[in-house]
Design a protein around this ligand. Sequence first.
Ligand code: SF4
Ligand code: SF4
Length: 104
Amino acid sequence: MSIQVNKAKCVSCGQCCDVCPGNLIQKDKNDKAYIKYPQECWGCIACVKECSVGAIKYHLGIDIGGKGGYLYTKNRGDYMDWFIVSLDRRKHQITINKKESNKY
Ligand code: SF4
Ligand code: SF4
């Protein structure tokens, strides 16, 4: 259970480093985020939700996403799109209105 940062997409905002409750994410010498302690990640997904450019993948367990499945998010103002991608590249999308998230 862990995340992976796509450094090509990372815009070095540092938000993921700030929100990780375990301080597991750091910046490399090029100011790009990476997870320094992947084995300590407990999958809270705070960093995934915070990344505005969708640069962080969260690897799903085989019982959720199938082998090789992962999820990532994209923020669109009041809405957040959640994408679940399976090994065969099928993509499922769930859109949440953040202002009404308690209704779901
Ligand atoms: S939140 Fe996303 S863009 Fe910002 S530092 Fe982390 S990975 Fe990079
Ligand atoms: S999923 Fe949670 S614990 Fe894991 S790196 Fe992201 S913020 Fe930290």
